[in-house]
Design a protein. Structure first.
Length: 209
């Protein structure tokens, strides 16, 4: 099996490193619109641009979109899934702990030392970054980023495209809407409406316009 990663960035190198650690891919390469100026990332080759993707995929190739921005990852993924019907990988680092009773959708990355507890579900195209934890009965939407070291207690719901920043904490039974940003280190103890940004301890709404 081969893996074609879209997006040769720092996040892309984390994705490639995870895929390599899984030991299931005999070839890992990238495409990026900065090709040919960018023709390598670390030891992995960049072989073309997004417009050429079809030339680098066949029945033995899985694709993974390694774009950190949730909205951009969503947009690119929808084109690849709906227009090209490509096979998206689910990447889970061998040091992550994922309950057999959790559900992880395709296009999602579970990074090193992350924990996903029973009856949690993580949607399509998510990033569960290094050492983040998603506890029992969480429902995480599509194209969500749970950043490095973030902690989600039991029965938390997070809407599509939300960004839970580094080291944020979300208490039990909280509903976080769609398109929300929870700032670095915030402690969320109340529900958060769609498209809001909350920061601080306890987390409060902030105007970022
Ligand atoms: C491997 C990796 O690198 S994964 C990625 C890791 N990175 C992250 O998790 C991103 C963390 N980023 C943050 O927390 C950012 O501050 C964000 C996304 C919450 C907000 O960023 P911006 O939209 O640029 O907001 P901005 O910097 O204008 O701040 C708006 C206000 O909120 C305050 N604020 C912003 N973030 C925080 C925070 N985490 N905690 C407390 N206050 C904060 C600012 O001081 C500012 O207050 P003021 O209006 O009184 O001056």
């Amino acid at each position: 099996m081969q893996l074609l990663i879209v997006g040769a960035s720092g996040h892309g190198s984390v994705v490639a490193d995870c895929a390599e650690a899984m030991g299931v891919y005999n070839k890992i390469q990238f495409i990026d619109d900065r090709f040919p100026t960018r023709n390598k990332i670390g030891q992995w080759p960049v072989v073309g641009t997004l417009a050429d993707i079809i030339h680098f995929t066949d029945e033995r190739t899985q694709v993974f979109v390694a774009i950190g921005n949730n909205q951009v990852r969503l947009k690119v993924s929808k084109v690849l899934l709906e227009d090209y019907q490509l096979d998206f990988a689910t990447l889970i680092h061998p040091s992550a702990i994922v309950s057999p009773y959790a559900k992880i959708a395709p296009g999602t990355l579970i990074c090193a030392q992350a924990v996903i507890n029973p009856y949690a579900s993580v949607g399509e195209g998510c990033i569960v970054n290094t050492a983040a934890s998603i506890d029992h009965d969480n429902t995480i939407g599509d194209y969500v980023h749970v950043s490095v070291g973030a902690r989600l207690a039991g029965t938390v719901n997070v809407g599509n495209c939300s960004f839970i920043c580094i080291n944020a904490t979300i208490s039990n039974n909280i509903n976080v809407g769609e398109g929300v940003t929870v700032g670095a280190g915030a402690v969320v103890i109340n529900d958060v409406p769609d498209n809001a940004t909350v920061v601080g301890v306890p987390a409060k709404l902030v105007n970022t316009q």
